[in-house]
Design a protein around this ligand. Structure first.
Ligand code: RUQ
Ligand code: CUA
Length: 652
């Protein structure tokens, strides 16, 4: 039995490889774009794109910002990873953002961005993204495009089914991919079955300032919770999670977790659980997780360790949790814009399974169950099935919607996007992708109101699509025009890291409220130098604090003497510019971190520990004016026992 399964898997692997080769053979027929396709993606010099696309950075830990249709990359927003380009995670102010219960963790694996919503429509206030490896959720401001908050998730491991938000941004939701002992303890791995738990976390979002708070965790059976999406419209108040490894195997999962013909989609009535919790339900459990918040006023992050989490046993809340049988190790879990259809993409299946929310409610009402798992009722497959899409593709992963009654599903193994009709389940069109597509994205595709003009396919394998760059290639995205009956491939562009999911939004919603500067008068950083005359250097034992101002094209102070080997020198630098797009940089020779890039009105701090006597230069890293090369200074470092007094020049 095991051998057969193995060879099926091996075969699927081969199919993938062959498809790639075949497709690369077909390339020439797609290489020459019709001239009207060129027009569709051409954004002329000086003109701007119609959409923002936020692509997850995958193993870069960050989030990249692109324009559509041009495919131009505008920015990389550092989230979970240290980022020398801006000094994020290196500056004293931002180090606390990367604090966790495991200490300083300067990297993660980010998969699924999701934009905040009001009444099921994108509102463009924040974007959320998950850290998969050391379970975290980040909130990023869509006016400053900076990471403002990171909350760690206790009792989780492999925070994959994250970070998806509910229709009014009540919650950002996360499910654990790996089930683990809760609380963590030393126990034999082969006692996994029945003993590990899968935590589903509901993190509330403050409607005013976006502050996150881990409101409750539902302690589910020890399956793998792979992906999730919120209900919307009629199904608002529910959340759906795909599961695999309902076998609860703990070894050789590629075989042992594919035994069951069907796994489940878990349907969670979170409103019911919220009510239960608000009435005092649930059990408080000791925990230890970091909650890091960045302030735009002090330009500084603080990290707090939280010590408790409220857990909910789903069997104690009747009517709150059900399982919908779904073939076969489903990956994507997508809900259509009306909220009626829940699509499970069985990655080892050729067909798509579509469940009906209405039928689910009817089956629950009629108490028609097919047994239970760990006390959670299992609904009958036929009672909840809305339909099956016989696509003929292989390896369905993810589905998005155009808001016109059509759905688009990616097929990893057969490398294609398939367009089909909701309700009739008929396949309307299919187009190859190059190659092995994972997620796809339609702007607003995870909302009640998609903007169905383009779909972006995010491919895992690039091969021959770009000029070779050694063994490592960036992943490839492909843009399709979906305004007609048939999809049209109109553009290829590279993406950074591994974009799993992406989120898109019309530029007209975001661009007008994008922040241009930080007001110097509102700078509340305790170490800010708000007037040039306040610039100074102070010694406290071994610590030296340099309060520095910068403006085109000068540092105040520029020369500093009286620093000694063994000192810890903190440069607190305030950018006095109040013009859009005039940052200055600061770099110190031999510093064991990165440069800082400081925005107008902002203060950032860098620590430098001089190792050797000498006269050591620093300079501005951003070409800020015709006299940028003159923007420099020196620090004189004397022996540890020298008695040279601190002095500095104000550049008179
Ligand atoms: S995943 S390629 Cu990390 Cu969303 Cu499916
Ligand atoms: Cu400031 Cu270059």
């Amino acid at each position: 039995m095991k051998k057969i399964n193995y060879s099926i898997l091996a075969l699927l692997g081969l199919v993938m490889v062959f498809t790639s080769c075949n497709d690369s053979g077909k390339k020439s027929s797609n290489g020459a774009l019709a001239s009207n396709n060129a027009e569709k993606v051409y954004v002329a010099p000086g003109e701007q794109d119609e959409f923002y696309a936020f692509m997850s950075g995958g193993y870069s830990g960050n989030l990249t910002v692109y324009g559509l249709p041009s495919g131009r990359m505008f920015k990389e927003i550092p989230v979970f990873s240290q980022f020398p380009t801006s000094g994020y995670g290196y500056s004293e102010e931002t180090k606390p953002m990367l604090n966790t219960s495991f200490g300083f963790v300067p990297w993660d694996d980010s998969h699924h961005p999701d934009i905040s919503q009001t009444n099921g429509e994108l509102d463009g206030r924040w974007i959320f993204i998950n850290g998969n490896n050391t379970p975290r959720i980040a909130r990023i401001s869509l006016s400053t495009f900076e990471t403002e908050e990171i909350i760690e998730l206790p009792n989780s491991a492999g925070n994959h089914s994250s970070s998806f938000i509910t229709e009014n941004t009540e919650y950002v939701v996360a499910g654990t991919r790996f089930s683990v002992p809760v609380p963590q303890r030393d126990m034999p791995i082969n006692e996994y079955k029945g003993n590990f738990k899968g935590a589903l976390s509901f993190v509330s979002v403050d409607p005013e300032d976006g502050r996150l708070d881990l409101k409750f965790q539902i302690m589910m059976p020890g399956f793998n919770y792979d992906l999730s999406h919120p209900g919307r419209g009629k199904s608002h108040g529910w959340f759906f999670f795909t599961t695999y490894n309902t076998e609860e195997a703990n070894s050789l999962l590629e075989v042992n977790a594919s035994q069951n013909d069907k796994d489940f989609i878990a349907a969670i009535n979170w409103k019911k659980i919220e009510e239960y919790v608000n009435n005092g339900g649930g059990t408080k459990m000791p925990a230890n997780y970091a909650h890091n918040v960045y302030s735009d006023e002090t330009h500084t992050a603080t990290s707090t360790m939280e010590k408790e989490v409220l857990t909910v046993d789903p069997t104690k809340v009747p009517g709150a949790v059900y399982f919908l049988p779904t073939p076969k190790s489903p990956h994507g879990c997508d809900v259509d814009p009306t909220g009626n259809y829940i699509i499970g993409n069985g990655k080892l299946s050729a067909d798509l399974t579509v469940h009906s929310f209405d039928k689910m409610l009817a089956a629950i009402d009629g108490k028609k169950f097919d047994g239970e798992a760990y006390g959670i009722p299992i609904l009958k497959f036929d009672d909840v099935l809305a339909g099956t899409v016989k696509s003929g593709g292989l390896g369905p992963l993810h589905t998005e919607f155009d808001g016109k009654g059509n759905a688009y599903t990616t097929f990893f193994i057969s490398s294609e996007v398939v367009k089909w009709k909701l309700g009739t389940w008929e396949v309307i069109d299919r187009k190859p992708t190059y190659y092995s597509v994972g997620h796809l994205m339609i702007p607003g595709g995870n909302s009640a109101k998609p903007f169905g003009k383009y779909v972006v396919a995010m491919n895992k394998i690039t091969k021959d699509r770009y000029l070779p760059t050694g063994p490592e290639l960036e992943h490839s995205a492909q843009l399709y025009d979906i305004t007609g009956d048939k999809m049209e491939l109109i553009y290829d562009f590279p993406t950074h890291g591994e974009p799993h999911y992406a989120a898109g939004i019309p530029a007209e919603i975001l661009a007008p409220k994008s922040q241009k500067i930080y007001k110097l008068a509102e700078n509340k950083h305790p170490m800010a130098t708000l007037g040039v005359n306040d610039a100074r250097v102070e010694r406290k034992g071994n610590e030296v604090h340099v309060y520095m101002a910068m403006i085109r094209s000068h540092f105040t102070p520029d020369n500093i003497e009286g620093i000694k080997v063994g000192d810890k020198v903190y440069f607190h630098i305030t950018n006095h510019e109040q013009d859009f797009d005039v940052p200055h940089g600061f770099a110190m020779i031999g510093a064991n971190n990165s440069e800082l890039l400081i925005m107008p009105g902002q203060t950032k701090s860098l620590v430098w520990e001089p190792k050797e006597v000498g006269v050591w230069p620093f300079y501005c890293t951003d070409f800020c004016s015709a006299l940028h090369q003159e923007m420099q200074g020196y620090v004189r470092v004397s022996p540890a026992n020298s008695n040279i007094d601190l002095s500095w020049s104000l550049g008179e």
